[in-house]
Design a protein around this ligand. Sequence first.
Ligand code: AMP
Length: 215
Amino acid sequence: MINMIFLGPPGAGKGTQSANIIKDFGVVQISTGDILRAAVNEGTEFGLMAKKYMDEGKLVPDDVIIGIVKDRLMADDCKNGFILDGFPRTIPQAVALDSMVKESLKTEITHIVSLEVPDEDILKRLTGRRTCENCKKGFHIEYAPSKKGDVCDECGGKLVQRDDDKEETIKKRLNVYHEQTSKLKDYYEKSGKLFVVDGTGTPDDIYNNIKEILS
Ligand code: AMP
């Protein structure tokens, strides 16, 4: 059973590698960023509130995000294992997760994988990142361009840039990461379940390292 936390700065490749893990290990991915973006697209009151924080590169308040994750983790499909991608991001979120997992789910976190990439690489990766509006396939204008130019080469959908993937916002998100989220490594160090993975190689090499840790 794999109940994993994926740590690492925005753009480290957590989403890409989660897709590989899902295929091989049959777990579900819980991405708090994806959940928030879905609410923003639906235009709910909650989505509008979250968007203000996201567009500024700030974190959505802890109590809000903790409530969302708790509801999601209680769903039946999490019983076969999960990957938390983008949560926890603060110490209070990590403390809340500990009690959710222990008291409500009666299980435990099995792996904490920290995917590490330097800031300069993150900036290059995120400013060039594009996503198909329709099928959500990911592209990069330089490293992984669509074969069909500015539309998706699988479904023909429009390729869009995330609102928070603008250079100024990326720098703010990286600051938040260094000030708050990177402290989680210390928090989990004592658990003996923390694994650090170099996120700068090829996606296949990185995945091989992760697979070894999880197998
Ligand atoms: P991500 O796709 O993980 O980079 O998340 C995009 C944005 O959603 C972040 O910059 C935050 O504004 C918000 N967000 C996602 N996860 C969290 C979290 N665990 N705590 C607070 N805010 C979050």
